[in-house]
Design a protein around this ligand. Structure first.
Ligand SMILES: Cc1cc2nc3c(=O)[nH]c(=O)nc-3n(C[C@H](O)[C@H](O)[C@H](O)COP(=O)(O)OP(=O)(O)OC[C@H]3O[C@@H](n4cnc5c(N)ncnc54)[C@H](O)[C@@H]3O)c2cc1C
Length: 383
């Protein structure tokens, strides 16, 4: 993809590539890898403020970093929730003390974060949050309730939690955004959820009188909805471009598998492969078109709709091109490892979630209908 890189950006690319060549191959332990990245200053590129241990980098250089990272085959980041969601939120809404306390630890890869929004009765309808937080006489908030689908909670040191501080309130009023330490035995319990891939990437999180310090409220008591929505709106442009480098690699592997199995001889399969390729190009151009532009209400929803469905269809193709072999695991069944999946099967099963998280397809379509096309608002059910 031609992004029009200047000479200094290409020099930056060589620096990034050399560093990743040297270090990424040893990145087995994901937590240790975050610290290696942090020590070299690669976390927090392009935060709207520097001086917290992060490096300055232009938008183009952030794209270069993300592209090279995807190409290097380095592990999926476990620090991305802190770096890409919490940090920009603190920069926009946090106090100076909050920034000084939390940003350097994110940039160093020392503290990992998870996102405590969804609850059993509040997913797409996030304003239905029922987890409670009460300000005690000791100046701390005491939190009780349950979150669900909390990615990486089993690795995280901190969780940002949307909780109801005004018991009389309803919907998006009376909610507060709290920074909660996870290491509170007996008060914070993380229960992994086993997925159909056999792995556990997300969790249920139970708060039973968990403590958050009053100075760790972001945006003031009752100001949680504004902070929570602002966090969801952070520009995903740069990471979308990087994601597409990964998508291109996955598509390349599916095409090679189709050639090896002979599935490519089927004109319907060929047409689907070419369609995936063409749609990936369109996504790339769309990402470049909207990069760095704010205020385009529909852009994030359009991007999410495009890539979620695309990736899911790629997962279906990955298994389809392998014929009957696509349904057989890579290992003999054994009680010790009953659930071995190969890469294509993992892609197929994981990508079922792509049209749900980060706002489901139906919700994205409603956003586009109401905020971009100006169609009448969706009728709300009477309860
Ligand atoms: C892989 C993964 C990781 C996740 N990680 C996190 C995390 O770290 N932290 C966190 O807080 N949450 C996380 N989530 C939760 C995610 O945000 C929710 O699953 C999502 O918001 C949908 O909510 P729900 O599951 O409650 O489904 P529901 O909201 O109950 O939706 C069920 C179905 O109804 C449809 N629907 C709902 N409302 C409408 C409407 N108004 N109009 C039309 N259709 C509608 C939906 O599109 C969906 O098809 C994760 C989810 C997944 C799959």
């Amino acid at each position: 993809m031609d992004f029009g890189y200047a000479a200094e950006d290409e020099a930056f690319r060589l620096e990034v590539r050399a560093w990743l060549d040297e270090y990424a191959k040893d990145a087995q332990d994901r937590r240790g890898w975050e610290r290696v990245l942090g020590k070299a200053g690669w976390i927090g590129l392009g935060w709207a403020e520097d001086g917290y241990g992060n490096r300055r980098a232009s938008l183009t250089q952030q794209v270069v970093w993300a592209e090279e990272y995807a190409r290097s085959g380095a592990p999926a980041r476990s620090g991305h929730i802190g770096e890409k969601l919490l940090a920009p939120t603190l920069i926009a809404h946090g106090s100076e003390e909050q920034k000084a306390r939390f940003l350097p630890a994110v940039a160093a890869g020392d503290e990992l974060w998870c996102q405590g929004y969804s609850e059993p009765g509040a997913g797409s309808d996030l304003a239905g949050v029922r987890t409670k937080a009460e300000l005690g006489a000791d100046g701390n908030y005491w939190i009780t309730g349950q979150k669900i689908w909390t990615s990486l909670a089993h690795e995280a040191d901190w969780c940002f939690v949307l909780a109801r501080t005004d018991p009389e309130s309803s919907r998006h009023h009376g909610l507060t955004f709290l920074l909660v330490p996870m290491d509170q035995p007996g008060r914070v319990e993380v229960r992994p959820i086993r997925q159909m891939t056999g792995t556990s990437d997300f969790n249920e999180v139970f708060f039973d009188g968990a403590r958050a310090r009053a100075e760790h409220v972001v945006g003031g008591e009752g100001g949680g909805w504004r902070v929570a929505m602002s966090l969801l709106g952070f520009e995903r442009g740069v990471s979308t471009l990087a994601q597409q480098v990964g998508f291109a690699q996955e598509l390349g592997r599916v095409v090679r598998a189709a050639v090896e199995t002979g599935a490519v001889g089927d004109p319907v399969v060929r047409e689907r492969l070419v369609r995936q390729w063409a749609e990936l190009r369109v996504m790339g151009w769309n990402a470049l078109r909207t990069l760095g532009r704010s205020g385009d209400a529909g852009a994030p929803s359009v991007a999410k709709l495009l890539w979620g469905g695309w990736h899911q269809r790629l997962g279906e193709l990955a298994v389809l091109v392998r014929g009957a072999a696509g349904g057989v695991g890579p290992q003999e069944w054994s009680a010790a490892a009953p659930y071995e999946l190969d890469e294509a099967q993992q892609l197929f099963l994981f990508s079922r979630a792509d049209t749900i998280y980060g706002g489901s397809d139906q919700v994205q379509r409603t956003i586009i209908a109401e905020r971009v096309l100006g169609l009448p608002r969706e009728p709300k059910g009477v309860v």
